[in-house]
Design a protein around this ligand. Structure first.
Ligand SMILES: O=C(O)CCC(=O)C(=O)O
Length: 287
């Protein structure tokens, strides 16, 4: 099913991102919200990261200061493996239709996660591009950020640099250390030029894998939860390990399998695999 107009598609390729309202229907949105609230409640029974992904690392990540009264569930890895609602949003929803319109007809799933910023939490995301975390043979790769809560300027919205997907690939290694973030000087420039992406719950922000982006801490009384799914063209073949491995990696969500590989020219240093539950640790305590 076609979801995007020609104007929307042109905007995506020009700016490197596009916000689409009402990407999932109200019933699915409510199911996604309820599921996440259930996980937040469950996290009250834990004092450290819990659950298990297919590679043995924890599925649920807690931020510093988390406790039963004031839970700090900041990351759920691969929620599609433990929730029908999240699986549906990934595999067959308006979001999937948007992906087919942009990098289709043949589209496959790479990985997914939930990033949550609870009220007045400290979690922030430093400036980076996604491609150096997940290099592939070509860059027809989109990160779809589905808003589970309304996102405002106060609650830690995504910030982007329009058009930056057409520029260089910026390294995430500095002086031999993988920081998961661009160099400080570039980050400073990004903060000056940033465009803030706000929208209502149920909207999706579609972001090209080479777009520079980051986000600040949540300074508000409202949570900011995003369901983030990375999709690739079917002929984009991974060149490194999946940072969030999933039994569904490679699932064809639209179109068909062609068994072809398409390449573009670039060079970059391979990423460092996260040793702990999420890339937040790589950015905060680089090794
Ligand atoms: O959670 C956020 O605000 C940003 C997410 C992000 O940077 C990413 O998924 O690459």
């Amino acid at each position: 099913m076609t979801k995007l107009s020609d104007v929307q598609k042109d905007t995506f390729w020009k700016d490197g991102y596009l916000i689409v309202e009402n990407a999932v229907d109200q019933n699915l949105l409510e199911a996604l919200q309820q599921e996440f609230n259930g996980w937040v409640d469950e996290s009250r029974n834990h004092t450290e990261a819990f659950g298990e992904m297919i590679d043995g690392r924890p599925r649920f990540d807690l931020e510093a200061g988390h406790n039963a009264q004031s839970p700090g569930l900041r990351r759920v890895n691969s929620p599609v493996e433990v929730s029908k609602a999240y699986y549906q949003a990934m595999a067959d929803s308006g979001v999937t239709d948007c992906l087919a319109d942009l990098i289709g007809p043949n589209v496959k799933y790479h990985h997914s996660k939930i990033n949550s910023k609870l009220p007045h939490g400290s979690t922030q995301v430093k400036w980076h591009q996604d491609f150096p975390f997940t290099p592939h043979s070509n860059d027809d790769i989109i990160t779809a950020l589905l808003l589970i809560d309304d996102v405002t300027v106060e609650n830690g919205p995504l910030e982007v640099i329009p058009g930056s997907h057409k520029g260089d690939i910026h390294g995430l290694w500095h002086d031999g250390v993988f920081t998961g973030a661009v160099a400080d000087k570039l980050a400073e420039k990004c903060r000056e030029e940033a465009v803030v992406c706000t929208a209502n719950a149920g909207s999706v922000c579609l972001m090209h894998t080479r777009l520079l982006h980051g986000s600040a801490a949540n300074k508000s009384d409202k949570p900011r939860t995003l369901f983030i799914t990375v999709y690739t063209a079917e002929d984009a073949i991974p060149c490194s390990h999946n940072p969030v491995p999933s039994k569904y990696q490679g699932l064809i969500v639209r179109g068909e399998e062609t068994n072809k590989i398409r390449t573009i020219a670039y060079d970059m240093q391979l990423p460092q695999m996260p040793q702990t539950v999420s890339f937040f640790d790589q950015q905060i305590n680089p090794e």
